[in-house]
Write a new protein. Structure first.
Length: 330
Protein backbone atom coordinates (compact mmCIF):
# COMPACT_ATOMS: atom_id res chain seq x y z
CA UNK A 1 0.00 0.00 0.00
CA UNK A 2 2.86 2.41 0.70
CA UNK A 3 4.11 1.75 -2.83
CA UNK A 4 0.63 2.55 -4.19
CA UNK A 5 0.47 5.76 -2.13
CA UNK A 6 3.86 6.83 -3.49
CA UNK A 7 2.57 6.27 -7.02
CA UNK A 8 -0.52 8.37 -6.27
CA UNK A 9 1.62 11.21 -4.91
CA UNK A 10 3.78 11.18 -8.06
CA UNK A 11 0.75 12.23 -10.10
CA UNK A 12 0.94 15.70 -8.57
CA UNK A 13 -1.83 18.31 -8.69
CA UNK A 14 -2.56 17.86 -12.39
CA UNK A 15 -5.15 15.16 -11.58
CA UNK A 16 -7.60 17.76 -10.26
CA UNK A 17 -10.59 17.66 -10.26
CA UNK A 18 -10.06 13.89 -10.03
CA UNK A 19 -8.43 12.22 -7.02
CA UNK A 20 -4.83 11.02 -7.07
CA UNK A 21 -4.82 7.22 -7.10
CA UNK A 22 -2.07 4.60 -7.21
CA UNK A 23 -2.35 0.86 -7.78
CA UNK A 24 0.05 -2.06 -7.41
CA UNK A 25 -0.69 -5.59 -8.62
CA UNK A 26 0.83 -8.43 -6.59
CA UNK A 27 1.12 -12.01 -7.78
CA UNK A 28 0.02 -14.96 -5.58
CA UNK A 29 3.67 -15.50 -4.58
CA UNK A 30 4.07 -11.86 -3.46
CA UNK A 31 5.86 -10.35 -6.46
CA UNK A 32 4.86 -6.93 -7.81
CA UNK A 33 3.79 -7.51 -11.40
CA UNK A 34 2.20 -4.16 -12.32
CA UNK A 35 2.11 -0.56 -11.25
CA UNK A 36 -0.11 2.31 -12.32
CA UNK A 37 -1.42 5.69 -11.31
CA UNK A 38 -4.04 8.10 -12.57
CA UNK A 39 -2.46 10.93 -14.53
CA UNK A 40 -5.40 13.24 -15.12
CA UNK A 41 -9.07 13.66 -15.92
CA UNK A 42 -10.13 11.68 -18.98
CA UNK A 43 -7.07 9.41 -18.84
CA UNK A 44 -7.06 5.75 -17.73
CA UNK A 45 -7.41 5.14 -14.01
CA UNK A 46 -4.67 3.65 -11.84
CA UNK A 47 -6.14 0.14 -11.86
CA UNK A 48 -6.38 0.06 -15.65
CA UNK A 49 -2.77 1.21 -16.03
CA UNK A 50 -1.56 -1.41 -13.54
CA UNK A 51 -3.50 -4.17 -15.32
CA UNK A 52 -2.02 -3.08 -18.65
CA UNK A 53 1.48 -3.21 -17.14
CA UNK A 54 0.90 -6.71 -15.77
CA UNK A 55 -0.69 -8.15 -18.89
CA UNK A 56 -1.73 -11.81 -18.57
CA UNK A 57 -0.05 -12.01 -15.16
CA UNK A 58 -2.93 -9.99 -13.71
CA UNK A 59 -5.19 -13.06 -13.58
CA UNK A 60 -5.30 -14.34 -10.01
CA UNK A 61 -3.40 -11.34 -8.65
CA UNK A 62 -4.20 -8.97 -5.81
CA UNK A 63 -4.80 -5.30 -6.61
CA UNK A 64 -3.61 -2.90 -3.91
CA UNK A 65 -5.14 0.51 -4.58
CA UNK A 66 -5.26 3.75 -2.60
CA UNK A 67 -8.94 4.48 -3.31
CA UNK A 68 -11.91 2.12 -3.49
CA UNK A 69 -12.33 1.20 -7.20
CA UNK A 70 -15.03 3.22 -8.90
CA UNK A 71 -18.24 1.70 -10.22
CA UNK A 72 -19.43 4.42 -12.59
CA UNK A 73 -18.77 5.12 -16.24
CA UNK A 74 -17.62 8.65 -16.96
CA UNK A 75 -15.02 9.59 -19.55
CA UNK A 76 -13.45 6.24 -18.71
CA UNK A 77 -15.03 2.90 -17.83
CA UNK A 78 -15.63 1.61 -14.29
CA UNK A 79 -12.51 0.22 -12.60
CA UNK A 80 -14.56 -2.46 -10.88
CA UNK A 81 -15.41 -4.04 -14.21
CA UNK A 82 -11.82 -3.75 -15.43
CA UNK A 83 -10.63 -5.62 -12.34
CA UNK A 84 -13.26 -8.31 -12.75
CA UNK A 85 -12.50 -8.75 -16.46
CA UNK A 86 -8.78 -9.03 -15.70
CA UNK A 87 -9.41 -11.91 -13.30
CA UNK A 88 -8.19 -10.11 -10.18
CA UNK A 89 -8.62 -12.41 -7.18
CA UNK A 90 -8.49 -9.85 -4.37
CA UNK A 91 -8.69 -6.07 -3.99
CA UNK A 92 -7.13 -4.27 -1.04
CA UNK A 93 -7.93 -0.56 -0.84
CA UNK A 94 -7.14 2.25 1.57
CA UNK A 95 -9.75 5.02 1.41
CA UNK A 96 -13.43 4.30 0.83
CA UNK A 97 -14.82 6.37 -2.04
CA UNK A 98 -17.15 8.98 -0.47
CA UNK A 99 -18.57 10.22 -3.76
CA UNK A 100 -22.23 9.61 -4.52
CA UNK A 101 -21.58 8.58 -8.13
CA UNK A 102 -18.50 6.36 -7.89
CA UNK A 103 -18.66 5.04 -4.31
CA UNK A 104 -19.70 1.53 -3.39
CA UNK A 105 -17.48 -0.32 -5.83
CA UNK A 106 -16.43 -2.82 -3.18
CA UNK A 107 -19.96 -4.26 -3.07
CA UNK A 108 -19.89 -4.86 -6.82
CA UNK A 109 -16.54 -6.60 -6.54
CA UNK A 110 -17.74 -8.79 -3.69
CA UNK A 111 -20.87 -9.79 -5.60
CA UNK A 112 -18.62 -10.83 -8.51
CA UNK A 113 -16.64 -13.13 -6.23
CA UNK A 114 -13.65 -10.85 -5.67
CA UNK A 115 -12.29 -10.79 -2.11
CA UNK A 116 -12.18 -7.20 -0.80
CA UNK A 117 -10.30 -5.68 2.15
CA UNK A 118 -10.70 -1.97 2.90
CA UNK A 119 -9.20 0.61 5.23
CA UNK A 120 -5.50 -0.27 4.91
CA UNK A 121 -3.50 2.94 5.63
CA UNK A 122 -6.73 4.85 5.05
CA UNK A 123 -5.59 7.99 6.88
CA UNK A 124 -2.43 8.31 4.80
CA UNK A 125 -4.29 7.76 1.55
CA UNK A 126 -7.04 10.22 2.49
CA UNK A 127 -4.47 12.92 3.29
CA UNK A 128 -3.16 13.07 -0.29
CA UNK A 129 -6.72 13.69 -1.52
CA UNK A 130 -7.95 15.89 1.31
CA UNK A 131 -9.34 18.61 -0.99
CA UNK A 132 -11.09 16.13 -3.29
CA UNK A 133 -12.51 14.24 -0.30
CA UNK A 134 -13.68 17.50 1.25
CA UNK A 135 -15.57 18.42 -1.91
CA UNK A 136 -17.30 15.02 -2.03
CA UNK A 137 -18.39 15.30 1.61
CA UNK A 138 -19.30 19.01 1.86
CA UNK A 139 -20.12 20.02 -1.71
CA UNK A 140 -17.74 22.99 -1.64
CA UNK A 141 -14.01 23.59 -2.23
CA UNK A 142 -11.42 23.18 0.51
CA UNK A 143 -10.47 26.70 1.70
CA UNK A 144 -7.00 27.71 2.89
CA UNK A 145 -6.41 31.26 4.09
CA UNK A 146 -2.94 32.75 4.07
CA UNK A 147 -1.61 36.03 5.30
CA UNK A 148 1.69 37.59 6.38
CA UNK A 149 1.88 40.06 9.23
CA UNK A 150 4.42 41.90 11.36
CA UNK A 151 4.90 41.22 15.05
CA UNK A 152 2.40 43.99 15.78
CA UNK A 153 -0.22 42.40 13.50
CA UNK A 154 0.13 44.72 10.49
CA UNK A 155 -0.14 43.61 6.86
CA UNK A 156 1.09 46.92 5.45
CA UNK A 157 2.76 50.06 6.71
CA UNK A 158 1.06 53.35 7.56
CA UNK A 159 0.77 54.22 3.88
CA UNK A 160 -1.32 51.12 3.24
CA UNK A 161 0.50 50.34 0.03
CA UNK A 162 2.60 47.32 -0.95
CA UNK A 163 4.86 46.46 1.98
CA UNK A 164 7.52 43.76 2.13
CA UNK A 165 6.48 41.80 5.22
CA UNK A 166 8.19 38.43 4.84
CA UNK A 167 11.55 37.46 3.38
CA UNK A 168 12.53 35.95 0.05
CA UNK A 169 12.39 32.33 1.26
CA UNK A 170 8.81 32.75 2.45
CA UNK A 171 7.77 34.42 -0.78
CA UNK A 172 9.23 31.49 -2.73
CA UNK A 173 7.47 29.01 -0.42
CA UNK A 174 4.11 30.70 -1.01
CA UNK A 175 4.65 30.91 -4.75
CA UNK A 176 5.38 27.20 -4.93
CA UNK A 177 2.44 26.36 -2.66
CA UNK A 178 0.17 27.99 -5.24
CA UNK A 179 1.11 25.32 -7.78
CA UNK A 180 -0.61 22.72 -5.60
CA UNK A 181 -4.00 24.43 -5.43
CA UNK A 182 -6.66 24.95 -8.07
CA UNK A 183 -7.35 28.64 -7.44
CA UNK A 184 -5.81 31.66 -5.69
CA UNK A 185 -8.30 34.28 -4.52
CA UNK A 186 -7.96 37.93 -3.49
CA UNK A 187 -10.22 40.97 -3.27
CA UNK A 188 -10.36 43.89 -5.66
CA UNK A 189 -8.60 46.21 -3.22
CA UNK A 190 -5.61 43.88 -3.03
CA UNK A 191 -5.12 43.74 -6.80
CA UNK A 192 -5.49 47.52 -7.14
CA UNK A 193 -3.12 48.41 -4.29
CA UNK A 194 -0.56 45.59 -4.52
CA UNK A 195 -0.96 44.61 -8.19
CA UNK A 196 0.18 40.99 -7.57
CA UNK A 197 0.65 38.41 -10.32
CA UNK A 198 -0.46 35.49 -8.07
CA UNK A 199 1.51 33.05 -10.20
CA UNK A 200 3.31 29.90 -9.13
CA UNK A 201 7.07 30.15 -9.64
CA UNK A 202 10.16 28.23 -8.62
CA UNK A 203 13.10 29.51 -6.59
CA UNK A 204 14.61 31.39 -9.54
CA UNK A 205 11.35 32.99 -10.64
CA UNK A 206 10.46 30.69 -13.54
CA UNK A 207 6.80 29.82 -14.02
CA UNK A 208 5.86 26.35 -12.84
CA UNK A 209 3.93 24.03 -15.13
CA UNK A 210 0.81 23.93 -12.95
CA UNK A 211 -0.76 27.37 -12.56
CA UNK A 212 -3.85 28.04 -10.42
CA UNK A 213 -6.92 29.89 -11.60
CA UNK A 214 -6.49 33.46 -10.34
CA UNK A 215 -9.71 34.80 -8.86
CA UNK A 216 -10.54 38.39 -7.92
CA UNK A 217 -13.77 38.94 -5.97
CA UNK A 218 -15.67 42.19 -5.66
CA UNK A 219 -17.92 44.42 -7.73
CA UNK A 220 -15.43 47.18 -8.54
CA UNK A 221 -14.50 47.62 -12.21
CA UNK A 222 -10.81 46.82 -12.59
CA UNK A 223 -8.17 48.03 -15.06
CA UNK A 224 -7.38 45.36 -17.64
CA UNK A 225 -3.63 46.02 -17.41
CA UNK A 226 -3.30 44.62 -13.89
CA UNK A 227 -0.66 41.87 -13.55
CA UNK A 228 -3.25 39.34 -12.37
CA UNK A 229 -4.91 39.51 -15.78
CA UNK A 230 -1.68 39.17 -17.74
CA UNK A 231 -1.58 36.15 -20.06
CA UNK A 232 1.98 35.02 -20.51
CA UNK A 233 1.71 31.33 -19.85
CA UNK A 234 0.64 32.09 -16.30
CA UNK A 235 -2.83 30.60 -16.31
CA UNK A 236 -6.32 32.03 -16.38
CA UNK A 237 -7.80 34.86 -14.33
CA UNK A 238 -11.41 35.75 -13.62
CA UNK A 239 -13.37 38.27 -11.61
CA UNK A 240 -16.37 37.15 -9.55
CA UNK A 241 -18.59 40.13 -8.84
CA UNK A 242 -19.76 38.84 -5.50
CA UNK A 243 -19.09 39.38 -1.79
CA UNK A 244 -20.89 36.45 -0.19
CA UNK A 245 -18.38 33.67 0.64
CA UNK A 246 -20.86 30.83 0.13
CA UNK A 247 -21.86 32.11 -3.33
CA UNK A 248 -18.21 32.58 -4.27
CA UNK A 249 -17.44 29.00 -3.32
CA UNK A 250 -20.53 27.85 -5.17
CA UNK A 251 -19.28 29.42 -8.39
CA UNK A 252 -15.82 27.95 -7.89
CA UNK A 253 -17.36 24.52 -7.27
CA UNK A 254 -19.24 24.86 -10.56
CA UNK A 255 -15.83 25.43 -12.18
CA UNK A 256 -14.58 22.15 -10.62
CA UNK A 257 -12.25 23.92 -8.21
CA UNK A 258 -11.18 21.55 -5.43
CA UNK A 259 -8.92 23.78 -3.30
CA UNK A 260 -8.76 27.56 -3.13
CA UNK A 261 -6.01 29.58 -1.48
CA UNK A 262 -7.24 32.94 -0.18
CA UNK A 263 -4.37 35.41 0.03
CA UNK A 264 -6.27 38.45 1.20
CA UNK A 265 -6.78 41.09 2.02
CA UNK A 266 -8.18 41.49 5.52
CA UNK A 267 -11.75 42.08 4.30
CA UNK A 268 -11.92 38.82 2.33
CA UNK A 269 -10.19 36.76 5.00
CA UNK A 270 -12.48 38.14 7.71
CA UNK A 271 -15.58 37.41 5.63
CA UNK A 272 -14.64 33.76 5.19
CA UNK A 273 -13.71 33.41 8.86
CA UNK A 274 -17.02 34.94 9.91
CA UNK A 275 -18.89 32.62 7.55
CA UNK A 276 -17.16 29.57 9.02
CA UNK A 277 -15.82 28.59 5.60
CA UNK A 278 -12.12 28.19 6.42
CA UNK A 279 -10.54 24.73 6.49
CA UNK A 280 -6.85 25.53 6.88
CA UNK A 281 -4.85 28.50 8.14
CA UNK A 282 -1.37 29.55 6.97
CA UNK A 283 -0.28 32.48 9.15
CA UNK A 284 3.17 33.96 8.55
CA UNK A 285 4.71 36.19 11.22
CA UNK A 286 7.71 38.32 10.26
CA UNK A 287 10.18 39.66 12.87
CA UNK A 288 9.52 43.36 12.46
CA UNK A 289 7.32 46.09 13.90
CA UNK A 290 5.54 48.39 11.46
CA UNK A 291 4.08 50.66 14.14
CA UNK A 292 0.98 51.57 12.12
CA UNK A 293 -1.06 50.34 9.18
CA UNK A 294 -3.94 47.94 8.47
CA UNK A 295 -4.25 44.84 10.64
CA UNK A 296 -4.48 41.27 9.40
CA UNK A 297 -8.12 40.65 10.35
CA UNK A 298 -11.07 42.97 10.62
CA UNK A 299 -13.33 42.82 13.72
CA UNK A 300 -15.12 39.49 14.14
CA UNK A 301 -18.30 38.81 16.14
CA UNK A 302 -16.27 37.04 18.80
CA UNK A 303 -13.05 35.14 19.48
CA UNK A 304 -12.26 31.90 17.66
CA UNK A 305 -9.60 29.50 18.88
CA UNK A 306 -7.17 27.90 16.46
CA UNK A 307 -5.78 24.39 16.79
CA UNK A 308 -2.12 24.60 15.77
CA UNK A 309 -1.06 21.66 13.59
CA UNK A 310 2.52 22.75 12.83
CA UNK A 311 4.99 25.57 13.39
CA UNK A 312 7.80 26.05 10.88
CA UNK A 313 10.66 28.53 10.53
CA UNK A 314 11.12 29.60 6.91
CA UNK A 315 14.09 31.87 6.49
CA UNK A 316 13.63 34.48 9.20
CA UNK A 317 9.86 34.11 9.32
CA UNK A 318 7.55 31.83 11.32
CA UNK A 319 4.69 29.90 9.73
CA UNK A 320 1.84 28.81 11.96
CA UNK A 321 -0.38 26.18 10.37
CA UNK A 322 -3.70 25.34 11.93
CA UNK A 323 -7.42 24.80 11.75
CA UNK A 324 -10.25 26.64 13.44
CA UNK A 325 -11.43 25.08 16.64
CA UNK A 326 -15.12 24.16 16.43
CA UNK A 327 -17.32 27.11 17.34
CA UNK A 328 -18.78 26.86 20.86
CA UNK A 329 -22.37 25.74 20.97
CA UNK A 330 -24.99 27.78 22.82
Amino acid sequence: MREAIALAVSAGPTCSPNPRVGCVLVSPDGEIIGRGYHQGAGLPHAEVNAIAAAGDLARGATAVVTLEPCKHKGRTGPCTQALIDAGIRQVVFAQADPSAVAGGGSQLLTSAGVSVVGGVLADEATLINRAWTHVQVTGRPFVTIKTAMSLDGRVADAGGGPTAITGAKTRTWVSQFRSGVDAVLVGTNTVVVDNPALTARDGIGALLSNQPLRVVVGERDLPTNLRVFADAGSGRAIQIREHDPARILGELHDRQIQQVLIEGGPTIISAFLQAGLVDEILWFVAPQFLGAGPVAVQPLPGPRAVIVTAVEVIGNDVLIRGVLSPAPTT
